[in-house]
Write a protein that binds this ligand. Structure first.
Ligand code: URP
Ligand code: ZN
Ligand code: ZN
Length: 477
């Protein structure tokens, strides 16, 4: 398989220049001006287009048993949607329940992707309890299963949530092994108590989700993790950071010498708390945790991306249907009429709405439209935060996240002039709604390759289900 991509503007995290690229046997073989056409090569003319390294989404959920249901995508729909949006590598959160065996869990998550993923993928290993045998299992997951990052949840009490003892043990082990620990930082006790109080006060609609997990709850979570990182020497990565004080808690820890990376996700940059306040239960479409915040926080996050304070932008793609899953917290879901024709049950319950916003397909389009076109970030920042930085943090660089000789030929030919509208009627994700319905966007992935194979051409799917491979990672030396 030989591919010549001609005359495009190559954009990396560091530079921008016009050149041709030859891909051979799945890797980038040559980069230069006016390269000779190799015999048998397929030629793609990229004149007037950008060529980006394949984008990496460092935070997705494809298989997710959560809040009494399962996320809607599988690897067939999820990886196709990712590629249609220019994302060629997924890092999924493996989220076992606290009762599950960690080794069995990672093998189960791998089995959900094997043979059907169209893009390449790896996992962060969720550590949801720390008992006898956990350390040994985690060591095996690193050395035998090729997973070099963990995930802990400080939220979701009784489900994924980790107590302080387990948090300490996980970080201490990670520090010894050189594993990066990704973390969902919200204080579980504060959420549980605030949810109880609000529901008792009759505050049951989706608009009460944000007040049940206010900024202080996330900021405490970040500060908490930073203290544990400081005491154990672990390298940590805070996922889905939503607000100014949370960023400040992490940057303060950096000044104390804590090695901490900061991720935000595209919903916090492009939606805000008013979306979750929409009437008639529409707000449920926008329920995720930490919650969407007021607009000023989104603007701050953009500035932090531009100045390098924030390192990566993922999606936290956690797809649930509106009509059948988000409605688990709707009044009609738990009202019933008793023998005396009296209404029983509670009038809806925001804490039962499955948390998550589908966005795996829209991340790069939204970053380009709202970020690059609006002058909030430049092209190098786009590539850095949506591809290169994640590859570097999670041990995939320079195989991924780079346009360089020897790197995997994961490339995105981007048409900067294309304009369109986001809609659930045309997206490839399995969900019955889009949180960005009707949003005008500029720029799209016109051609997308994974290890030299064209998966998207002229913005249309031409890919092969199952082309994706598991990316075994080694510890950074
Ligand atoms: O609301 C969210 N974020 N749902 C997915 C699970 C998680 O916390 O990442
Ligand atoms: Zn989370
Ligand atoms: Zn998540």
């Amino acid at each position: 398989m030989i591919l010549l991509i001609k005359n495009g503007t190559i954009v990396t995290a560091e530079a921008q220049f016009v050149a041709d690229i030859i891909c051979r046997d799945g890797v980038i073989a040559q980069i230069g001006e006016r390269l000779t056409v190799p015999t048998g090569a397929e030629i793609i003319d990229a004149t007037g287009k950008y060529i980006f390294p394949g984008f990496i989404d460092p935070h997705v959920h494809i298989y997710l048993p959560f809040m009494g249901t399962f996320s809607k995508d599988d690897y067939i729909t999820g990886s196709k949607a990712a590629l249609m949006g220019g994302t060629t590598t997924l890092i999924e959160m493996c989220c076992p329940s606290c009762k599950d065996d960690p080794l069995e869990a990672i093998r189960l998550w791998k089995s959900k992707a094997a043979g059907i993923s169209s893009c390449d993928y790896t996992f962060h290993m969720g550590v949801t309890q720390f008992g006898e045998g956990t350390a040994e299992a985690l060591r095996k997951i690193v050395s035998e299963e090729g997973i070099t990052s963990f995930k802990v949840f400080l939220a979701y009490k009784g489900a994924f949530g980790m107590e302080d003892y387990g948090l300490y043990q996980t970080l201490a082990l990670a520090s010894e092994l050189g594993v990066v620990v990704t973390a969902h930082c919200e204080n579980a006790e504060l959420i549980a108590e605030t949810q109880k109080r609000l529901l008792a006060e009759g505050k049951t609609g989706p608009e009460w989700h944000e007040p049940s997990r206010p900024i202080a709850v996330e900021t405490e979570g970040c500060h908490h993790l930073m203290t544990f990182a400081e005491m154990t020497g672990a390298e940590v990565y805070v996922v889905h950071t939503s607000c100014i004080p949370a960023v400040e808690a992490i940057t303060a820890a950096r000044k104390r010498g804590v090695k901490a990376w900061i991720e935000t996700v595209v919903p916090y940059l492009t939606l805000d708390s008013s979306d979750a306040e929409l009437p008639d239960f529409e707000g449920a479409k926008y329920i995720m945790s930490p919650p969407l915040r007021a607009k000023e926080h989104g603007e701050f996050l953009w500035k932090c991306l531009a100045d390098g304070t924030l390192n990566t932008v993922g999606t936290d793609h956690a797809p649930f249907d509106f009509s059948t899953q988000k409605t688990m917290g709707h009044p009609s879901a738990d009202h019933c009429v008793d023998a005396n024709s009296k209404l029983t049950g509670t009038p809806g319950n925001f804490s039962l709405i499955p948390n998550g916003i589908p966005s795996i397909e829209e991340r790069v389009k939204l970053l380009y439209t709202e970020g690059v076109c609006q002058g909030r970030i430049d092209l190098q920042t786009l590539v850095r935060c949506a591809s290169t930085q994640a590859a570097k943090i999670f041990g995939l660089y320079p195989r991924k996240g780079a346009i360089a000789v020897g790197s995997d030929a994961d490339l995105v030919v981007w048409d900067p002039q294309w304009t369109g509208t986001i809609s659930a009627t045309t997206h490839s994700m399995a969900t019955d709604y889009s949180a960005f319905e009707g949003r005008a966007v500029q720029g799209r992935a016109e051609v997308v390759t994974v290890r030299g194979k064209v998966m998207v051409r002229d913005g249309n799917w031409v890919g092969e289900t199952g082309w994706g491979t598991f990316l075994r990672r080694e510890l950074k030396t």
